[in-house]
Write a protein that binds this ligand. Structure first.
Ligand SMILES: [Zn+2]
Length: 215
């Protein structure tokens, strides 16, 4: 069983007992085996109020006809002035953390998923490999993404990996969106209790979030 550390957040117990891993600062890295495709959620950072609010457009259940979002509208009206208001889209993977041998929710940016997606399009079975992501903050890529040689999992890692496949990513994402599990209706509430939020900086400017989500 994963041990509880300072990052453990009991508020999403319905999603499974796993920790959250983010690469919070330059030089941080993770080596992981993805257990499933990611899910995502969108937020806006309100500079004046120093808080995140949900992006109704990104979080809309109907991608063909997404909900309007006042913050996206404001951003689109004057992207230069409102650069910091750009929607920040976070991707959540259920993974085996190869360094800690734990089952974790790995929260990352769109570019990590885009790179893996590109490799999958070339025929790479992305779930059969370990990946290293390092936050280098280099331009133009904010993260360095490396796929390792194929390597069978140890017994301990296999058990944690099997647990990762069972994680309820949807419940976790809904927790992030301020929704209760199974609640697909209505507007999401304001972000709350996000004690480990990262204030958007260069990463968000480096992230090229398209207007026609999801990918
Ligand atoms: Zn928005």
């Amino acid at each position: 069983m994963p041990k509880i550390t300072k990052n453990f957040n009991p508020n999403f117990s319905s999603a499974g007992n796993a920790e959250i891993v983010k690469l919070a600062k330059k030089g941080d890295s993770i080596t992981f085996r993805p257990a499933d495709y990611p899910m995502y959620y969108g937020q806006h950072w309100l500079e004046d109020e120093r808080k995140f609010v949900q992006c109704d457009r990104v979080n809309s259940p109907d991608l063909e006809n997404p909900d309007p979002c006042q913050y996206c509208d404001k951003y689109n009206k004057d992207k230069e002035t409102n650069a910091r208001l750009k929607a920040k889209v976070t991707f959540v993977f259920p993974v085996l953390d190869k360094q800690t041998h734990l089952t974790v929710f790995y929260e990352t940016s769109q570019m990590v998923w885009t790179e893996m997606c590109n490799q999958e399009k070339k025929g790479i079975k992305i779930f059969d490999y370990d990946w290293i992501v390092e936050r280098t903050e280099n331009k133009p890529k904010y993260y360095e993404i490396t796929r390792l040689e194929k390597d069978p999992l140890s017994e301990v890692d296999q058990a944690a990996y099997d647990e990762a496949k069972e994680l309820d990513v949807e419940a976790f994402v809904k927790f992030r969106m301020g929704k209760k599990k199974g609640d697909n209706s209505g507007k999401v509430e304001e972000a709350e209790s996000l004690d480990d939020i990262v204030i958007p900086g260069d990463e968000d400017l480096a992230d090229n979030v398209p207007s026609d989500l999801p990918f």
